[in-house]
Design a protein around this ligand. Structure first.
Ligand code: HMG
Length: 464
């Protein structure tokens, strides 16, 4: 039975900071953000928004757009790492908000949980819900998987230039118009790590930035190895001499903590895959420098990062490699379109990969390409750490959905924050009623109870 993504909707907060303003205020070269990281704007939440509101707004949009009623939805999963309760799951808040529109008890039999594993948890939720459909348990109902996050780092930290906020919701069913997942190829890797984590009670994460960059690439590569074995064993792909598995993916959508991480990861995976192929010799000859090897090739991530000579040479090699015609062709054809939205919005943690998927569909369609039957490979990564590699094919009815995608229009109208306003918001100096914007027909947070007996209870309304 086919199962996959029937439709996708995004909800992005309407406030943002501009990368150039931000760089100026922090004494950084704006080029570091714009060219080095690929960050142009970062979406910021208002005082009356939390990840549950973002998720509920996305859900309401997709339900209204598809004229779905609550009885049509069998499961609603929320994946997030911006959770504000250790026990009450975020889908419960989302259902509470949706029932303000659809009537109390309307979602009474809609099962679901909140899932957590940093940025990768949405991919696990998609996989589990796809299998719920494949198993025949859905009985004609749909599943909603919402990925919603506020990527917030300490002020003055190196992570601060990679913030963002938003939610993406995907409607899953057994007749998906957009993308059917390839069966029996989903592959994972997992390792107990501390590259990025957020201890209880802390609003922002503790981050080992360069360590996390390298770990992301290693973990995704390990998952790709297993994907490859499964894809060949299941007959999904057959490699001719000189081919790699990546040649059989028309697009690659990567987790995007900042848009250039997608390019870094692609270069890493392509190098790994091409190294054993005849085409690599030619590329090395053209580049005119040998591929560097660390002093201890079997060493730890720390030993590789500590090998300064290798790191410098590898950086130079990567830069040269990404300029080769061979890499540029892969980059432009398979990845570049997925990075556009991330540049304009920033990191969405769990939602970043799926914002990239949405971006890939819209901007590839705009090129006039017929997307029917194209295979998309997904590289999902979550700190702490786990990666998931899986794939799917675009379905014949995709155009029905994709032709109406318009990122610019969906983001508008946005309001640019001054750095002073941003810092006030960042430090939580304002209460929900002091919001910067007064939005209509959206769920907003009204208050968070501070009394001893009801501490933490949240009240939301739908702004008519
Ligand atoms: P940094 O260490 O300050 O930056 O912070 P850098 O020195 O690595 O520079 C960044 C890039 O800008 C480099 O490009 C520089 O060369 C370039 P690259 O060499 O890598 O291609 N650059 C310039 N370019 C033009 N003009 C200039 C200039 N200066 C430098 N003047 C870092 C970067 C990502 C470490 C930091 O922002 C950070 O800690 N971010 C948060 C952690 C993160 O995003 N990690 C990514 C992988 S882990 C992950 O994805 C999981 C995550 O989403 C969480 C989860 O799973 O929940 C984060």
């Amino acid at each position: 039975m086919a199962a996959g993504i029937d439709d996708i909707t995004i909800y992005i907060p309407r406030l943002y900071i501009d990368a150039a303003d931000f760089a100026k205020a922090r004494g950084l070269d704006p080029e570091k953000l714009q060219k080095g990281l690929g960050v142009s704007q970062m979406a910021i939440v208002d005082t009356n928004q939390d990840p549950a509101c973002l998720a509920a707004n996305a859900c309401l949009q997709i339900m209204q757009k598809n004229k779905l009623s609550p009885e049509d939805i069998g499961r609603l999963y929320v994946s997030t790492e911006s959770s504000f309760d250790e026990s009450k799951a975020m889908n419960s808040y989302v259902i509470g908000m949706l029932e303000q529109v659809y009537g109390q008890g309307a979602f009474e039999h809609c099962g679901g949980v909140e899932t957590k594993f940093a940025c990768v948890s949405g991919s696990y939720a998609l996989y589990d819900n796809t299998n719920w459909i494949r198993a025949g348990e859905a009985e004609g109902k749909h599943a909603l998987v919402v990925v919603s996050d506020i990527a917030k780092y300490d002020m003055g930290s190196s992570g601060e230039m990679t913030q963002g906020a938003g939610a993406v919701v995907m409607l899953l069913n057994d007749e998906p118009r957009l993308l059917a997942f390839d069966p029996k190829v989903t592959a994972t890797s997992i390792k107990d790590e501390y590259d990025f984590y957020r201890p209880f009670g802390k609003e922002t994460p503790i981050v080992h930035g360069q360590y996390s960059n390298l770990l992301y690439m290693i973990q995704v590569r390990k998952a790709l190895e297993i994907y490859k074995k499964k894809a060949l064993a299941s007959g999904l792909m057959k490699l001719e001499p000189g081919e790699t598995i990546l040649d059989h993916m028309d697009y690659l959508n990567m987790h995007l903590p900042y848009s250039n991480m997608g390019k870094k990861a692609l270069a890493y995976l392509v190098r790994h895959e091409w190294r054993q192929l005849p085409r690599w010799k030619k590329i090395i000859q053209e580049m005119g420098i040998p591929e560097p090897v660390p002093k201890d090739p079997r060493g730890t991530i720390e030993s590789v990062l500590g090998d300064e000579e290798f790191m410098a040479k590898d950086h130079e090699f990567t830069k040269l490699f990404t300029k080769t015609r061979e890499f540029q062709e892969v980059y432009e054809a398979k990845l570049a379109s997925s990075l556009i939205a991330s540049k304009m919005i920033g990191n969405l943690y769990t939602a970043s990969l799926y914002l990239g998927f949405r971006s890939c569909l819209e901007f590839e369609y705009q090129k006039g390409i017929d997307l029917n039957g194209k295979r998309i490979g997904f590289g999902s990564y979550g700190s702490g750490s786990s990666a998931m590699v899986f794939s799917g094919t675009i379905q014949p009815q995709y155009e029905e959905i994709v032709k109406n995608m318009n990122l610019e229009a969906e983001l508008a109208p946005r309001r640019k924050l001054t750095l002073q306003e941003y810092e006030i918001l960042h430090e939580n100096k304002l209460s929900p009623e002091e919001s910067m914007l007064h939005t209509k027909r959206e769920f907003v947070l009204v208050d968070v109870n501070t009394t001893v007996e009801s501490r933490g209870e949240r009240r939301y309304i739908f702004n008519e």
